[in-house]
Design a protein around this ligand. Sequence first.
Ligand SMILES: C[S@@+](CC[C@H](N)C(=O)[O-])C[C@H]1O[C@@H](n2cnc3c(N)ncnc32)[C@H](O)[C@@H]1O
Length: 243
Amino acid sequence: MTAAPYREQAARRAEYERWIEGAAPSAFGIRWFMGAGQWLANAALYRLPENLKLDASTRLLDIGCGRATLLRAVDDALGCEVAPVGLDFSRAALRLAARDERNPRRGAGLVEGSATALPFRDGAFNLVTCGYVVKHLDDDDVRALLIEVRRVLEPGGLAVVWEFGPTGNPRLDAWNYRVLATGQSSSDLARLRLRSDATLRRLAAEAGFPYVRDANLRPFLLPPIPRASVLLGRPPEGFEGSL
Ligand SMILES: C[S@@+](CC[C@H](N)C(=O)[O-])C[C@H]1O[C@@H](n2cnc3c(N)ncnc32)[C@H](O)[C@@H]1O
């Protein structure tokens, strides 16, 4: 990684630390969405175990896990034999996740690290999820993240990536950019990128994923901004399910 992108990532991380721990209304908002309000932000993901026919053999990595609420829900639904892992570059987010967690087995799986340089061995997971992270990354970093996701997935593993997407209406998009950057600096607003399903598919193909599909995740209840989502990986023989 060259010095400039590293500095940019450090700045983003500092921004998140300040934001997540802050006292501004938007800080309460982000803490609530990552915790009690998670179902409203990620309703579609609660159907993953059923829609992907997951079972207790699932070895899950959630990148940008925040308070790790989704990770807990999937583990509760599946009773994973191997404790799931949640990665985040924000210590503030991981502190909240550790506070929410009553299960020491899962608490041990909270890892500080960067989405673009995952501190895990090749093929360590068979399911990777990553929600609401890529809007902060430029295309090179999204490719770097997806190359890392491919590396840590075992053959036959799947990844699901979702993010706020564009509406197709420039004025509405301008409004949504402002909503999403609330409480963050103007430089963060300038860095935000809302990408379509097609753009995420292209970046995943460029990152070398042999299997790239629209995940068509629905519904997402709040905030009322469209989502783009992709399903990536090398599915097992005969897999014909859809999300
Ligand atoms: C909007 S929150 C979403 C949290 C969680 N995925 C959810 O859906 O509730 C984004 C999270 O990703 C983390 N994050 C953003 N960029 C990251 C990066 N480059 N590496 C690791 N974590 C990152 C932030 O610290 C934050 O906790």
